[in-house]
Design a binder for this molecule. Structure first.
Ligand SMILES: Cc1cc2ncn([C@H]3O[C@H](COP(=O)(O)O)[C@@H](O)[C@H]3O)c2cc1C
Ligand SMILES: O=C(O)c1cccnc1
Length: 372
C-alpha cells in the first residue's frame, strides 16, 4: 500500500466513549455548565481524538511552515515579488519572522519545509539548519527540510498547477513530516505556510470544494488595491471554469493538483498524518483551511483531529471553516499566515485540556451543584 493509502485507511473518527466521558465530566466540573464555552468543545474534541478522558496535554508542539511558489503569480494577483518566498524561508531559519516570535513565546519548535520554492536557497540557509528528517526538529533553532517536489507550480488559471503524481508526492511529504514530528515526541502539530500568491490558490480550492462563488471567497491577501482584487477574482473564476470537469467529478487529489499549491497539498497530508496518529493539529488561516478541505475530501474523519486556531481576515476562510464544521478559537483580524494565528491559539488549547484534567468536580470539592 502507498503511504497515502495507508494513512487514509488509518484515519478514524473520534472515539464515542471518550467523547461521552469528556462531555459528562465537563458537566460535573466546578463551574456552571457550558461556562468555559469553546474551551469545553475543544477539550471534548481532544478526548475523542485521544480515546481517553482527560486527553494528554498537547505538548510539546511543533509548527511546520510549508513553503512553495505559484505559477499564478504571473497573473499579477500579489504585489510582492516571488523571491520573497525564499527570502522569508531564510528569515524563518534566522528566527526573525512573526511565527518565530510567537513560537518562542509558546515553546513550540519550528520546522520549515521547502515543498516547492522556485528560487534558489543557496547562501540563504544558516549553517546547521538543514535537517535530514523531521525527527531532528527541536525547539533550540528552526530547521529546514529540503524536500522540493518541484520548483513552484504551473499557473492554475491556464492549466493544471501540478500533475496528480506531484500532488501525491506533496501529500506524502506532509504525511512524512507529521510522522517524523510525532516520532520525535511532539504531541501537538501546528500548520504554517509561506508562498507568495497562495491566497489565490486557496480561494480557488475553497470555491471548488464548497461551491461558493469566486467573488465571495477571494480577498486582498497581503493587501491589494481594488483593481488587483478585481483581477484576482477574474483569475480565480477563469481557473474554476477551466477545471470545471475536475471540480465536478475529481477526487481531492485531482482538485488540489488542478487548483492548489504544493504547500496546500503538503498541509493536507500533514493534517491526514496527524489524524492517523491521533495527534491534534491546530490549523492556521485561509491556506490551512483550504488544505483541510482537501484532507476532508480524502478522509472526512480527519477533521476530528483539527482545531481551528483562528479566523483570518481573508473572506474565504470563514467559508472553509463553515464547510469543515469548525469554530475558530480567536479572531484577531490577522492576515499573515506562517502559522501565526494557530501558534497564538496553542496556550488556549492547552488551557482547555488543563481545565478538563485538573478542575475539581462538584462532588470532589464539596461544592453544591444547582438542583435539577
Ligand atoms: C513579507 C511577507 C511575509 C509573509 N508571511 C506570510 N505571508 C503570507 O502572504 C502570502 C500570501 O499573500 P498573497 O496571496 O497576497 O501573496 C503568503 O506567502 C503568506 O504566507 C507573507 C507575505 C509577505 C509579503
Ligand atoms: O489567512 C491567512 O493565513 C493569510 C491571509 C493573508 C495572507 N497570507 C495568509
Amino acid at each position: 500500500m502507498s503511504t497515502l493509502t495507508e494513512t487514509l485507511v488509518a484515519v478514524r473518527p473520534a472515539d464515542p466513549a471518550a467523547t461521552r466521558a469528556a462531555l459528562d465530566r465537563q458537566d460535573r466540573l466546578t463551574k456552571p455548565r457550558g461556562a468555559l464555552g469553546q474551551l469545553e468543545a475543544v477539550s471534548v474534541r481532544l478526548a475523542g481524538l485521544a480515546g481517553t478522558c482527560p486527553p494528554p496535554m498537547p505538548e510539546p508542539a511543533a509548527v511546520a511552515v510549508f513553503a512553495a511558489d505559484h505559477g499564478v503569480h504571473a497573473q499579477g494577483v500579489s504585489p510582492w515579488p516571488q523571491e520573497v518566498t525564499g527570502q522569508m524561508v531564510a528569515n524563518f531559519l534566522a528566527g526573525g519572522a512573526a511565527i518565530n516570535a510567537f513560537a518562542r513565546r509558546s515553546g513550540a519548535a519550528v520546522v520549515v519545509v521547502d515543498a516547492g520554492v522556485a528560487t534558489s536557497l543557496d547562501g540563504l540557509v544558516p549553517d546547521g539548519a538543514v535537517a535530514e528528517d523531521a525527527t531532528q526538529v527541536d525547539a533550540d533553532a528552526p530547521k529546514l527540510l529540503a524536500r522540493k517536489v518541484r520548483p513552484g507550480t504551473g499557473d492554475l488559471s491556464t492549466g493544471p498547477a501540478m500533475t496528480r503524481d506531484e500532488a501525491v508526492a506533496a501529500l506524502e511529504l506532509g504525511i512524512e513530516v507529521a510522522n517524523g514530528l510525532v516520532d520525535a515526541g511532539y504531541r501537538c502539530l501546528i500548520t504554517g505556510d509561506m508562498g507568495i500568491a497562495n491566497t489565490t490558490a486557496s480561494a480557488a480550492l475553497i470555491a471548488a470544494f464548497t461551491g461558493a462563488s469566486a467573488d465571495v471567497v477571494t480577498g486582498r491577501g497581503t493587501g491589494i488595491d481594488d483593481e488587483t482584487l478585481n483581477r484576482k477574482v477574474a483569475v480565480v473564476q477563469r481557473a474554476l471554469d477551466l477545471h470545471s470537469a475536475v471540480v465536478q467529478e475529481g477526487d481531492g487529489v485531482e482538485i488540489v493538483a488542478a487548483l492548489g499549491g504544493l504547500e496546500h497539498a503538503a498541509i493536507a497530508g500533514f493534517v491526514l498524518g496527524a489524524a492517523a496518529r491521533r495527534v491534534p493539529v491546530i490549523l492556521d488561516g485561509v491556506i490551512a483551511g483550504s488544505a483541510a478541505l482537501v484532507a476532508q475530501a480524502l478522509a472526512p474523519a480527519a477533521v476530528d483531529a483539527c482545531v481551528a486556531g483562528h479566523r483570518s481576515a481573508e473572506p474565504g476562510h470563514a467559508v472553509a471553516l463553515a464547510a469543515l464544521g469548525l469554530t475558530p478559537m480567536v479572531d484577531l483580524e490577522l492576515r499573515l499566515g506562517e502559522g501565526t494565528g494557530a501558534a497564538l491559539a496553542l496556550p488556549l488549547v492547552q488551557a482547555a485540556v488543563a481545565a478538563l484534567g485538573e478542575m475539581a468536580t462538584f462532588d470532589s470539592a464539596g461544592v453544591a451543584d444547582k438542583g435539577e
